[in-house]
Design a protein around this ligand. Sequence first.
Ligand SMILES: [Zn+2]
Length: 390
Amino acid sequence: MLKKSGNEINISVLEEVYDYLSPGNHVISAYLLVDGLRTSKKDYLTSLNSMIKEKKTSLDESTDLDRSQKKKVASALDKVKAYLSEKFKADSTRTVIIFASTDGFWKEIRLPFILRSRIVIDPKPYIQSLRAYLKNYKSYGILLIDREKAQIYSAYLSEIREYLATFISDVPPRVNYRSQSVLREKKILSRHDEKLHHFFKTINDRTLELFREGKFDYLILAGRNAIVSGFNNYLHSYLQSKYIGKIDAGPDSSINLIKSKAMDIIDLYELKNKNKLIDDLIDEYNPNGLGVLGIDAVIKALIRDQIRILIYDKNFSHTGYVCRNCNYLSTSPIESCPYCDGKLVYYNEIVDEIIENALDQGCEIVDIEENERYKKAGSIGAVLRYMYER
Ligand SMILES: [Zn+2]
């Protein structure tokens, strides 16, 4: 079983942030990279303080806000600063986001991946790159089947997210066959089978509908072995290709038990997929010119807007230089930016810059952990949209 990071994203908090609307108020969205492998508390607080200072200066100069609004925003900024410096402990969190509004709305989200540190002050929460990153996470349908009843749930971001539907069969309750003649028993049994056949067909149709509505990407079956394998024969070929595993569970199994077994199947499935992607990148895409390996090749491909999937080791960190004007990246020092002639500034960490730029370009982001083969190949790479003549 894979270890859990302890900072799974709480979906209801996420939805509250997505839905937040309070006209006339301002929201501070403070993103802070706190990953212990890349930065120290002292360094991230220094970076936080300079971001806050900068925001306060431009707040003073702003003509869009009146004095009372400015005062409220400044006090919310102070609250964010006080919380992060005095109360917050990073633990295994890689990026923390605080959403704080001038009407008292306060949400903290801890992410198991890195995003660029920044503070945005807007009438709405700034969620663009967060949303883009989370789009990479798949959702899983968990179909729990019994002879009379079937239920389907969806799981997303390590949480049972949503109850989708219940299907009920009109199969009559079990009959005490022993007290009946053999002939009659056969008759009832076949009627029973027919009902079950009908029920399985209904479950398949309804599940297929949910899949077509985009309610889940992959499917897990749960139930007693005999029932699940019986139902498997009814599964539509589309669903068959999305089926990733089964859970042995009785009709009364608790949702927590099913959830924990589902998470094991999901973790294993995702790990297998990611490892395969890395093997394909190293063995096929890279030799064929449809993939790149190593930070310099990735930066080059990023500048050419060539990346389809960016794949990086969560623990990979690299220093570099970033153009002040246009965000041009380089791992080695250069006089001036080749695009805009701007000045390049030294960064302790540029992997978060690479990820943000890739998100801006609409790339898929895949993060991996503990793949030795990938570490040897450079810990970062990409599958490209098209081949480039080298
Ligand atoms: Zn530049």
